[in-house]
Ligand binder design. Structure first.
Ligand SMILES: [Zn+2]
Length: 512
């Protein structure tokens, strides 16, 4: 027997810092990752989608201390906020990794040990200006009047500590070559140009990857020196290896490694596009295909912050508008890769103009016509007319572009093509006007217009699925289908057989 090899798609989000519940910014990244995961799944790929929480480090340690509980108790209490938010947005991750998971800790130790044995790690001294009360280093430019801690307004002191360094400088040429030769490694392209310029101008310095235990104990122990704890970002980056089964499911790891797309915010580009590939090169792993850094989100024109009241809870939004409208809006309104603004006014406008007026009306209209003229049964129709063929050409163009945009991570353009697809079917109905053909007794033309429209709504449903899984499910039921159409199977004609009975029609989107 021939074993068919399935294509795979491995996508990650950054792991989030659980010192507060997720806001709309982290929801944005996670929703886009889910859209891409569902897209590839609908195309028949085997998909692995990883998200999770980054649970070590000083900030969490201190928050826990303030609350009088252990750091582990503290992170345990925060993780459910993330899981509930992702559930409310219909995020279907395959694993939620926590950096306190035992298999993660074991993976990190093994990989860091490998890098150490290779000679890419050495002991050195970290020197700098230190605030004892903050328990952190500052650079001179952070200080008030050049000498005071910006938080405590007390003089900082000069402090030295022993740490282990990773030889990042050794990988400078390899990294520059990587950016220049592999045009898809860092996207959007202007972010890559920034990295090349910065590295060529300033050169790469080695980076500290441990902290002495006296300084910070909440972290993974350094495997060759128990007086040291691994610094939180090296621990965090390696989640992309442990999360896909490096220790506990080797078969899965072999199937999915390397990541196809790693979504990040542009603020963590340096870690992901410089340090991460250098660690992988050192440890001998194949590199990810694409690191995609999206822009920042503001909310109603303002920065996301607790004090401005713009740290909107995604669950509140879902309760107000429904998850599909939020998903649609996030994918539609913000050009993926650029900075964008989350505006509730726009959200309502897109919901009413595009979802209710364009898509909702189209489906309601076609189902009503089928019911009125053919008792809710898909009619038999004769061959295609020139108008049909012309429309099929247009629809094919939209569908092809939709796929191109999805594969190039231009999710907002793919949404637009979905809307254009619906608009084209609406225009076709207006042009063929089955209601006036009926009056003239031209039943064949009525049947053809309806049969074609139903076939195309079938395709539209598959296109909508990655963005709006709930709506796609509802449309499928209204079409009388057992399951949501898959992008791998749709055709522009012949999806729905004559004689097929449609389901109950229902309004898809109530106007806001
Ligand atoms: Zn301080």
């Amino acid at each position: 027997m021939i074993r068919l090899t399935t294509k795979k798609f491995y996508i990650t989000t950054p792991i989030y810092y659980p010192n507060r519940p997720p806001h709309i910014g982290s929801a944005y990244t996670t929703v886009i990752a889910d859209i891409l995961a569902r897209y590839y799944e609908s195309l028949g790929y085997e998909v692995f989608f990883l998200t999770g929480t980054d649970e070590h480090g000083m900030k969490l340690f201190k928050e826990a201390k303030n609350k009088g509980i252990s750091p582990k108790e503290y992170v345990d209490s925060m993780v459910p906020f993330f899981k509930r938010a992702w559930e409310s947005l219909d995020i279907r991750y395959r694993r939620f990794i926590r950096t306190t998971d035992p298999d993660h800790e074991e993976t990190v130790k093994r990989i860091v040990m490998r890098i150490y044995e290779k000679g890419d790690i050495y002991k050195g001294v970290y020197r700098g200006l230190y605030c004892v009360e903050c328990e952190r280093y500052y650079t001179a430019k952070d200080l008030v009047d050049g000498k005071l801690c910006p938080i405590h307004l007390k003089p900082v002191e000069y402090l030295e500590m022993e740490v282990y360094y990773f030889r990042l400088s050794k990988y400078q040429d390899d990294l520059i070559r990587l950016y220049k030769e592999n045009t898809r490694f860092v996207l959007p392209a202007e972010r890559k140009q920034y990295l090349i310029r910065k590295i060529e101008e300033e050169g790469l310095k080695d980076v500290a990857i441990t902290r002495p235990r006296w300084y910070l104990s909440w972290g993974i122990e350094c495997p060759w020196d128990s007086d040291h704890v691994l610094y939180v970002w090296v621990d965090a980056l390696l989640n992309y290896i442990s999360g896909v089964g490096y220790i506990n499911d080797r078969e899965k790891f072999e199937k999915f490694w390397p990541p196809n797309v790693q979504l990040i915010g542009k603020d963590i580009l340096w870690f992901h596009a410089v340090i991460w590939p250098a660690l992988l090169m050192s440890a001998g792993f194949e590199l990810p295909q694409t690191i995609f850094a999206h822009g920042f989100l503001t909310v109603n024109g303002k920065k996301i912050s607790k004090s401005l009241g713009t740290d909107i809870d995604p669950i509140d939004l879902v309760n107000k508008y429904g998850s599909d409208t939020i998903r649609y809006y996030l994918a539609r309104a913000i050009p993926f890769g650029e900075d964008g603004d989350f505006s509730e006014k726009d959200l309502v406008r897109y919901h009413n103009d595009e979802l209710a007026n364009e898509i909702g009306n189209l489906i309601y209209r076609v189902l009503t016509l089928t019911e009125r003229y053919f008792g809710g049964i898909t009619p038999e129709a004769s061959r295609l007319t020139d108008i049909d063929k012309e429309i099929i050409g247009e629809l094919r163009k939209h569908l092809n572009e939709y796929h191109n945009f999805m594969k190039n991570l231009q999710v907002h353009h793919a949404v637009m093509r979905t809307i254009m697809f619906a608009q084209t079917i609406n225009a076709y109905l207006n042009k063929t006007a089955p209601w006036s053909c009926w009056k003239k007794g031209d039943k064949d033309s009525v049947a053809r217009a309806i049969r074609n429209s139903l076939d195309w709504i079938y395709v539209l449903t598959a296109m909508m699925y990655p963005f709006m899984p709930r709506t796609a499910d509802k449309i499928s039921k209204q079409l009388g289908l057992d399951s949501i159409p898959r992008l791998s199977d749709v055709r522009l004609i012949g999806n729905i057989k004559p004689g097929h009975k449609l389901g109950e029609k229902e309004i898809l989107f109530k106007k806001l």
